[in-house]
Design a protein around this ligand. Structure first.
Ligand code: T46
Length: 148
């Protein structure tokens, strides 16, 4: 999975999570433990599949939620935006995850046919944790930086 940089050639390596693989003549097995292979306790798991070609998802940020996105099968592009820098990651490897922290706008597109994207999440589904308006997101990021 290679990040495609939009700004200053900066590679955001902290987003990439390598997952363990047990490989033998029967094939591969990858396992994921919370607070070990991903940097949080896993509270929720969901997956995106049957995505029609050309459709986009995401278009929001979260206030508190942390997630790791894995292309279990197929491929997709995920663009992460922290309010200043945008980086696009092409996910096509079930041995790697993409960490998405709080206060990060995400857009997903370029789903190949048959893609299954597994998402591991640090919190239960909370509608109030979503920021679905980009201007509100920028305000949220500015306020968060101001309180640091
Ligand atoms: C994210 C990206 C990667 C639930 O009821 N429970 C859930 O756990 C989730 C994830 C969604 N929903 C409902 C909320 C909406 O009514 O499912 C509907 C579709 O969700 P949304 O439009 O947010 O789907 P995506 O693919 O744009 O975003 C999802 C996650 O919501 C989001 O947290 O980071 O995948």
């Amino acid at each position: 999975m290679m990040p495609i940089n939009h700004n200053h050639g900066q590679i955001m390596k902290k987003e990439l999570v390598s997952l363990p693989v047990i490989s033998d003549a029967r094939g591969n097995l990858t396992f994921i433990e919370g607070n070990n292979h991903v940097p949080f306790e896993i509270k929720r798991v969901y997956y995106l599949y049957n995505i029609p070609i050309g459709k986009t998802r995401g278009g929001h940020a979260h206030k508190k939620l942390e997630q790791v996105i894995i292309a279990i099968s197929g491929s997709l592009n995920v663009t992460l935006d922290d309010g200043i820098t945008k980086n696009t990651f092409h996910l096509d490897n079930p041995k790697q995850g993409l960490y998405v922290g709080p206060a990060t706008w995400r857009d997903m597109d370029g789903f190949s046919s048959g893609t299954v994207a597994l998402v591991l999440a640090s919190r239960s589904y909370e509608v109030d944790d979503y920021i679905r308006n980009y201007d509100e997101f920028i305000e949220f990021v500015k306020n968060a930086r101001g309180t640091q």
